[in-house]
Design a binder for this molecule. Structure first.
Ligand code: LMR
Length: 331
């Protein structure tokens, strides 16, 4: 009798695990993202898929859905929380609407002068603390992936801050980016990534900021006559998973996925710069967009115009977070 109860309890517990019902069926990870496969993030996601399936010996199948095929920016975060997808890599500028405003520190103009600066933040205590803030939202942060530094584009030249007056500029869902565009006297327009090309084509927006790899793969050069190599801000990603899904994975599977993620992260961060360099060259080769390289004096003017954004956004991001970043940067 006792043996019978023990056996049925074990069976019940076994069935309670979402991964136990069909023992031979692979665990599916739906990895949704909004950019093209041929970008730093797209390639990172594909590399993760390959390594994850290899290291788990087929126990896990990763389905990568690029180009907002499944969800747009805002919806994908909701879908992750609901468990409709398991993995995402949203831009760090998209966590504000989730209530984790501290991530917008990454959007402060000219806060990072180089990728080395960035690593000091993402690879250190600040980066870890930021990812930890996602836990109460039902999200586990696994890694930071690079894209690169942003350039500005529009249909008229933008050499000095005055040139932005009245331009409708598409931004991601970040209050810091909104403040940045207002500091330039532009009109910020928050919009999902998948809608940007058409908005430019139809004149709903005049311009935007993004990395060369994102601009190239969206054919933005077809609808923007000018761009300025301003490097005024950074776009990178937090690779995140549904916390419940992650916590309930068999330990050996999770360990192998962590290994796959670590290697995919090294790969993604390794290729990001060359992907952006190649994309810029490819856009220049089209001769459809004129690219302006800033002089030192122009850059100084931009820095001075955008500096007040740091102060203005301190209460939103939290002075503590800003100070922690500055400390990590040794400033
Ligand atoms: C954007 O929305 O402009 C980009 O950050 C999209 C992305 O994921 O790179």
């Amino acid at each position: 009798m006792k043996r019978l109860i023990t056996a049925s309890l074990a069976a019940a517990l076994f069935c309670a695990s979402p991964f136990a019902q069909a023992q031979d069926a692979p665990i599916i990870i739906k990895f949704s993202h909004v950019v093209a496969p041929d970008t730093p993030k797209g390639k990172g996601a594909d590399r993760f898929k390959q390594l994850a399936e290899q290291y788990t010996d087929g126990k896990v199948k990763v389905e990568v859905y690029p180009n907002s095929q499944l969800y747009k920016d805002k919806e994908e975060l909701e879908a992750l929380q609901l468990g409709a997808v398991q993995m995402l890599a949203p831009s760090l500028s998209k966590f504000g609407p989730l209530g984790v405003r501290e991530f917008e520190v990454f959007d402060l103009p000219y806060i990072f002068r180089s990728k080395e600066d960035l690593r000091k933040v993402t690879d250190g205590a600040v980066g870890k603390n930021l990812l930890d803030k996602l836990q109460p939202k039902g999200i586990t942060g696994l890694a930071y992936w690079d894209n690169g530094f942003k350039i500005m584009s529009a249909n008229r030249p933008m050499q000095t801050p005055d040139d932005f007056f009245g331009l409708k500029m598409r931004i991601q869902s970040s209050k810091v980016l909104e403040s940045q565009m207002r500091a330039l006297d532009a009109v910020p327009q928050m919009m999902a990534f998948s809608e940007v090309y058409q908005a430019m084509q139809t004149g709903v927006v005049d311009g935007s900021e993004n990395t060369p790899s994102n601009m190239y793969t969206q054919q933005v050069y077809d609808v923007q006559k000018h761009a300025t190599l301003s490097d005024h801000g950074y776009i990178g990603y937090a690779v995140i998973v549904n916390k419940k899904f992650w916590d309930e994975l068999p330990a050996d599977v999770r360990a192998n996925l962590e290994k796959a993620m670590n290697e995919a992260t090294l790969y993604a961060n390794d290729i990001a710069q060359q992907e952006n360099d190649a994309a810029l060259l490819a856009m220049q080769a089209t001769r459809k967009t004129t690219f302006h390289e800033m002089t030192d004096a122009e850059r100084q003017q931009w820095i001075e115009t955008l500096e007040p954004v740091h102060q203005e956004m301190a209460s939103r991001i939290g002075q503590e977070t800003i100070d922690a970043v500055y400390q990590a940067l040794g400033r």
